[in-house]
Design a protein around this ligand. Sequence first.
Ligand SMILES: C[S@@+](CC[C@H](N)C(=O)[O-])C[C@H]1O[C@@H](n2cnc3c(N)ncnc32)[C@H](O)[C@@H]1O
Length: 399
Amino acid sequence: MTETTGSTEPTEPTDDGHGDGYDDCGDGSGDRRVELAAALTAGGDLRSPEWRDAVLATPRHEFLRGGFFRRVDDGTRTGWEPVRPGDADWLPACYRDESLVTQIAGTIVPGDLDGRIHRLPTSSSTLPGLVVRMLEELAVGNGSRVLEIGTGSGYSTALLCHRLGAALVTSVEVDPEVSGRARVALGAVGHHPELVVGDGLAGHAPNAPYDRLIATCGVLDVPAAWLAQVRPGGRIVVTVGGWLHSSELACLTVREDGTAAGRLLGGQVSFMLARPQTPPPLGILPDLGAGTERESTVGWEALDDWTARFVAQLAAPRAQRFGLALPEGELKVLLDVEAGSWAALRRDGGRWIVREGGPDPLWRRVEDRITSWRRAGSPGLDRFLITVGPGGRTITWDA
Ligand SMILES: C[S@@+](CC[C@H](N)C(=O)[O-])C[C@H]1O[C@@H](n2cnc3c(N)ncnc32)[C@H](O)[C@@H]1O
């Protein structure tokens, strides 16, 4: 591996373009890295020679030595089965443009089980195409000091270390065991960045100011701490999402006054949410027979569309959606657990009837926002603008 430990200079490319110069791990992965780089270039995510050099130099399989989980859908439920080094598809999968889940339910790793598990992923090695797309958007220069949120497997951290030198890279991971495994993998390929265990929503003030911040977990809101720790003119690349499970990559520039502005980039990018921001349990359901009933101007099926759902999420940022099968038919429900507001929709022939209760008319807000977005011509998320300041976050679409 190319040694970059402690260096503040970018490493010199040594590749001849065919990957031979990189296959120095004795593991035969050099050709696979060349193929991965070619695929990422063909897909339009990998654009610059510097990041191509980083992809060619970084053995992703070293960050997946503990294996990964393969998704298995049995028609009703999503399950996860372990794939470990030694399994035939382990090495090829490490070099496909695939997101590979490395932890389930907050603790379970591939070495822990032989069967199938039906719980949610909590850590992964991000889709390489998405990692390099975000790194390209980050627009680092030689000497840029970068804060990464969500170390995960350490693969994206390693790319940053190769490009910038480990001394300029700080990476925060909330899960100590995940961070520990990343430290071992990074060390094995010769990188020793500052790895911090903690809540990345607070950034990492001791190494601030940063020129760039990249988050590989999603957030509901861009935290004030990030604005304070990234210098004016610096850039933040993060996925903003919500509990209706629509999200998008945002690229923001921090302004002199400490606020930040930018745009969404499009592409329907999805990341697991930062752990403190995962949705609360639904708890005891409210009485969905209470409240007041009327005909809705927007049907529930509007939420099937990724962008419309993102718009709905802007209107009801703390709402969760679920279905209830009742003897009299199916109810579609939006519930804001903390506020106690809810909306329940049912089909009545070709119409949707909504019943709303609690302090906030959730569905009225969703209807209004979706209607105004439709009147604007239903713009795509790449036409959405984002600003963040002391008053919180604003996302609008340009007319
Ligand atoms: C998609 S994975 C990161 C993948 C990583 N970039 C890679 O290439 O392997 C997201 C990571 O964010 C971590 N995470 C979640 N919430 C966090 C938080 N509040 N602060 C720091 N890390 C967090 C998760 O534990 C998980 O490891």
